[in-house]
Write a protein that binds this ligand. Structure first.
Ligand code: ASP
Length: 360
């Protein structure tokens, strides 16, 4: 007896079993002609060498255990949130201007179109889990500040100090170097820590369901109460189960003004590849700033077929080599984890230009 199975499900099933099929291989955004399905698939914005592989692997393993796309997106995000070495997400992140952390996060689930978010959440290591609880256990979409903390504790999340010694030192160095007209003095001329680094995790499961999660400390040394794009659905994250998902990192204010993630998904809906859609949105941002934006914004995306891509307004110059960094993004599919190259529209800001930006 022959079992009739639609080709789509057959491919998805094989990929779900971790079978690497050579004909599934296709470079990101390489062509507008539809290629074969590449499911399941995990995509992350994370570039830090110490967490990026662990992030996509945790999400992938969750899918292999039978978890949903949303379970996987949050599992991957938790790796970054809980790792104290990651200065831009969750526990151990760099604090705001007063030396404490206020975290932002969002989740969006393709199958039911639901979303949840928290902003300016203090003392909880995993804001993505609280964002999911807001989505699943309330009729609201976003909780902020004290209310978000109360709600997290109501669901059993532990209140903890998120400031590590390293992050405290980053903050103290920043304060000491702020001005030569106060009473703080830096002991030595130190390198500033790298900026940015929000995590987006986008997941497409073997059956074509899509979910995403975004989590961040926001801008280091930000004004108390500042909220960026990460918890704003449509800006830092957007998922449409019929089309794909996108997430943004970098200058949150610009991502909000451009509805960056929503626009990427809309451009994919019109037929653009993920990479072209990301590039389109970055170009829109560059144009809004007369070709000279003094910041970066990076978007990553995947579509329902399992194609993926990323683009940025610009990368960063590596101090040691002068090479442009920060454009790559993490992928995990049936071939395993790897970093893929994104595209940049502009060269990195120079040292002199960087000095004019307050938060750097
Ligand atoms: N997009 C984040 C924010 O504006 C920060 C970042 O990704 O660097 O809060």
């Amino acid at each position: 007896m022959t079992i009739k199975m639609p080709r789509r499900k057959f491919v998805a099933g094989l990929a779900g079993l971790g079978v690497a099929l050579p004909w599934l291989r296709r470079p990101a955004g390489a062509s507008t002609a539809p290629g074969p399905l590449n499911r399941p698939l995990v995509v992350t914005s994370k570039t830090n060498a110490f967490v990026r592989e662990a992030v996509t692997t945790a999400a992938w393993e969750e899918l292999m255990r039978g978890g949903s796309a949303l379970d996987a997106a949050i599992k991957g995000t938790n790796v970054s949130e809980l790792d104290p070495r990651d200065a831009s997400v969750g526990y151990g992140g760099d604090p705001n201007e007063e030396g404490f952390l206020q975290l932002d996060a969002s989740v969006m689930n393709g199958p039911d179109g639901k979303a949840g978010a928290v902003a300016a959440l203090e003392n909880i290591k995993t804001p993505s889990i609280v964002a999911r609880l807001v989505m699943e256990r309330t009729d609201h979409l976003m909780l902020v500040g004290k209310g978000a903390l109360k709600f997290a504790k109501m669901h059993g999340l532990k209140e903890e100090d998120l400031l590590t010694d390293t992050a405290r030192e980053h903050w103290r160095d920043w304060k000491e170097n702020l001005s030569d007209r106060d009473y703080y003095m830096p002991p030595v001329d130190k390198d500033k820590p790298e900026g940015g680094g929000t995590i987006n995790v986008l997941v497409l499961d073997a059956t074509g369901d899509i979910a995403g999660c975004t989590s961040t400390v926001g801008h280091r040394f930000k004004i108390v109460g500042r909220v960026g794009d990460s918890p704003i659905i449509g800006a830092g994250l957007y998922v449409d189960n019929a089309v794909g998902a996108a997430g943004a990192t970098g200058q949150g204010e610009e991502s909000i003004k451009t509805c960056a993630s929503f626009l990427v998904v809309e451009k994919m809906r019109e037929g653009m590849t993920p990479r072209d859609a990301c590039r389109y949105v970055c170009q829109r941002v560059v144009d809004r700033h007369n070709g000279r934006p003094m910041f970066s914004l990076k978007v990553v995306a995947l579509n329902k077929r399992g194609e993926y891509g990323s683009a940025a307004v610009r990368g960063r110059a590596d101090k040691a080599t002068g090479k442009t960094i920060g454009l790559d993004f993490g992928v995990h599919d049936a071939r395993g984890h790897r970093m893929e190259a994104g595209v940049a529209l502009l060269p990195p800001l120079t040292e002199a230009e960087l000095k004019t930006i307050p938060w750097r």
